[in-house]
Design a protein around this ligand. Structure first.
Ligand code: MG
Length: 389
């Protein structure tokens, strides 16, 4: 007996879940020419699961670790690709004066980058000569590394600056000898047929403090001169600068940012394309339609019908609309013929179908549903299942 009750409870839970799932697709504003998905769309793919680092600054599960304090293997000399000529010391890598820039073996485009650095604790030099290095995104765009703690220099060359272009919003530098962090979000410039269609951008937190707020690159990093954007490969190695000072780096990891430009359906509104949105909506409509057919074939008629309604929100094409109109009319006739206790038992389902039909009419997805809707609604109002409007 107890066991039977437990099973009954389980089945009720399961039905609840299925019913919730079936209407979820017809909940918020529907897809349109600029949105592949409805608001709160339950058919929308789930983002991949990532396990965050155990503590802030630690690499998440999908990061590529470029330096963990034990090996220089991910890096080579930028001059000739020979093994990394910098020093491994106390779990850090240190610039060796005169050995030149280093670069990653792998190449990257848009990315999230975490990197920690430390200016030498013995203060030598002044201005640009003190704790100078640099993080070169794609080997091209320099986020300056400098000891900027009580060390004055031109603002577009201090720590946290985009060198020669933009000073940091604030000076968030720690003392020399103390570890500092950069958390960077970088997007490269986009080109189409040799024309710049969107400048590259960078957002930087230094020691958790915002220092670059979606800065749009004017050109490529250089010294003294203003430059123009230059088209380059879409993936290039990350570089670190040898500026003659023994700056140290540690805990370097990178996450590539998926290229929504290759998708055109889900990036920021200005970069979406109607033809890509239309293709995605068709694919979803087809997929939902197939699952509706499976449910109908399995004899799960109401669920199948509601799933078919859902598919119309993506593409309301014949013969799906015809099928939906027919199923809705059949449904209305069937429930109206039910005995009172059966109606009571199926009350939630009936109200759910009425709300689906309302949605299809309100958003002009299947205006032909109006007679069936009006008929079913009037009947439900008469029976006291639903309040009169
Ligand atoms: Mg530099």
């Amino acid at each position: 007996m107890n066991r039977a009750i437990r099973w009954a409870g389980f089945v009720v839970l399961l039905c609840g879940a299925v019913a919730g799932r079936a209407v979820a697709g017809l909940y918020g504003d529907p897809p349109d020419e600029r949105h592949a998905w409805a608001v709160h769309d339950d058919n929308r793919p789930r983002p991949p699961v990532v396990t965050p680092g155990a503590a802030p600054g630690q690499p998440p599960s999908d990061a590529i670790v470029l330096f963990d304090g034990t090996s220089l293997d991910e890096w080579v000399s930028d001059k000739d690709g020979s093994p990394c000529p910098w020093r491994l010391v106390d779990g850090a890598m240190e610039v060796v004066k005169g050995k030149g820039y280093i670069r990653t073996k792998r190449a990257f485009g848009d990315c999230q980058l975490h990197i920690e650095w430390r200016a030498p604790d013995v203060i030598e030099g002044a201005g640009q000569g003190r704790g100078n290095s640099g993080v070169f995104l794609m080997g091209t765009y320099e986020l300056q590394v400098l000891d900027s703690f009580q060390n004055d220099t031109y603002p577009d060359g201090m720590a946290g600056s985009i060198y020669a272009e933009n000073p940091p919003l604030v000076n968030a530098s720690r003392k020399p000898g103390e570890w500092q962090s950069y958390d960077i979000v970088f997007h490269q410039p986009r080109w189409e047929n040799g024309k710049l269609v969107r400048p590259g951008s960078i957002t930087v937190f230094q020691n958790g403090v915002l220092v670059q707020d979606h800065w749009l690159f004017e050109g490529v990093s250089t010294h003294r001169r203003r430059t123009q954007p230059k088209q380059h490969e879409s993936k290039r190695p990350l570089k670190l600068q040898d500026h003659g000072n023994p700056v140290r780096f540690r805990n370097i990891w990178i996450r590539e940012i998926p290229d929504y430009e290759g998708d055109f359906t889900s990036g920021p509104l200005p970069y979406r394309r109607p033809e890509a949105i239309a293709a995605r909506r068709s694919a979803t409509a087809e997929q939902v339609r197939r699952s509706a057919d499976d449910l109908l074939k399995a004899g799960r008629k109401v669920e199948g019908m509601r799933r078919l309604f859902e598919s119309l929100a993506y593409v309301a094409a014949q013969p799906s609309v015809e099928d939906a109109l027919q199923l809705a009319a059949q449904y209305a006739a069937e429930v109206k013929a039910l005995a009172a206790d059966a109606i009571e038992a199926r009350k939630d389902e009936i109200l759910g179908v009425i709300s689906d039909l309302e949605y299809l009419i309100r958003f002009n997805i299947a205006p032909g549903m109006k007679p069936t809707h009006d008929d079913l609604r009037a009947w439900a109002e008469e029976r006291g299942l639903i309040k009169k409007k």
